[in-house]
Ligand binder design. Structure first.
Ligand SMILES: *Cc1c(COP(=O)(O)O)cnc(C)c1O
Length: 337
């Protein structure tokens, strides 16, 4: 099967497994896992941030950040399609007792102006707006990414109104490769950043939360409360270190593959409304004779897996385990549908 359902489907390469197998480990709850300490130090340094925290998932890094940055009753500003709101099990209210102000951005991207217009007045009737959370790349936006100038403007608006700015950077490396941006650009703009190692970087498990020393100290406590304090998890961190060294630049290849697939889809009569491909995600709508379910089924009969994300929309994601020959085979299959 050629699996385009998600970039979480990757399996560790032989070289990554060797790095995992050979690492030294210790008890991380005691702060004694050398691989985790190294991964946290390396990633903080990379982003020019003070400290980092290794966690089991991107949901946990986001939810810890929201918990640290808000008080019960506060309000979080985010795009309506945000992962933190749509796909984290209602965690914003469950974990933090916070409410949300949902904005409709451009393919998941909101603007400084929208943020400013949606900050609640200092009024007893209103929830206290305390946090703005952005997503880059935007998953439901079809892998869309922000320009740095827009992010800087949002940061300026946040500073003006005393708001904290968090980034859900599950696929931030895709954005940085596509836009030729540097991690330090992001470290300067955001108070906290969550990155996933288990997505396009090809690790089996793991996310990293970045921020200032005091924030990470608090986050470490919350991680324990959430049940995310792991012991000899350095085996997983070793995969992360390996990925930071070897799996970033190659994302260009995934982006190229996604572009090739979108070009062939565009030529089909039953495909309409393909979101512009900027990174490794392709979201498109299908019509007669297909529904998204029947189209996904048709692909499956041809040994290709995609994901139906709405009655008409299909998502394909390219990643480390998709080879050029798999892309060729998929293009050939689509051409003959
Ligand atoms: C996958 C993802 C996450 C985190 O998901 P986990 O499966 O919990 O690691 C967060 N944000 C976005 C945009 C994602 O795509």
């Amino acid at each position: 099967m050629i699996d385009f359902r998600s970039d979480t489907m990757t399996r560790p390469t032989a070289a990554m497994k060797l790095a995992m197998f050979e690492t030294a480990v210790g008890d991380d709850v005691f702060g004694e896992d050398p691989a985790i300490n190294e991964l946290e130090r390396r990633s903080a340094e990379m982003f020019g941030m003070q400290a980092a925290l290794f966690c089991p998932s991107g949901t946990m890094t986001n939810q810890i950040a929201i918990k640290c940055h808000t008080q019960p009753g506060d309000e979080v500003i985010c795009d309506v399609s945000s992962h933190i709101y749509q796909y984290e099990g209602g965690g914003i209210s469950f974990n933090s007792g916070a409410s949300v102000k949902l904005l409709t951005g451009d393919r998941g991207r909101i603007t400084a102006r929208q943020v400013e217009e949606n900050i609640n007045a200092d009024d007893v009737h209103k929830a206290r707006t305390s946090l703005v959370s952005l997503e880059n790349t935007s998953n439901r936006g079809g892998g869309s990414c922000y320009e740095l100038e827009e992010l800087q403007q949002i940061r300026t608006s946040c500073a003006k109104h005393n708001l904290i700015l968090h980034l859900d950077g599950a696929r931030l490396f895709n954005a940085m490769v596509a836009k030729q941006q540097q991690p330090s650009d992001y470290g300067k703009i955001f108070h906290s950043i969550s990155i996933c190692l288990s997505k396009s970087l090809g690790c089996p498990v793991g996310s990293v939360l970045l921020g200032e020393k005091d924030f990470i100290k608090k986050a470490r406590r919350i991680r324990k409360v959430f049940g995310g304090g792991m012991r000899q998890a350095g085996y997983l961190a070793a995969a992360g270190i390996y990925a930071l060294d070897h799996h970033i630049k190659r994302l260009e290849e995934d982006h190229e593959h996604a572009m090739q697939l979108s070009e062939v889809l565009m030529q089909k009569d039953f495909v309409y409304d393909i979101l512009p491909v900027q990174t490794n995600i392709i979201i498109f709508s299908v019509k007669d004779p297909y529904t998204s379910k029947s189209f996904v089924e048709k692909l499956k009969q041809n040994g290709i897996l995609g994901y139906s994300i709405s009655p008409v929309q299909v998502r394909l994601v390219t990643h480390l385990d998709i080879s050029p020959s798999m892309v060729d085979k998929t293009i050939h299959t689509i051409q003959n549908l």
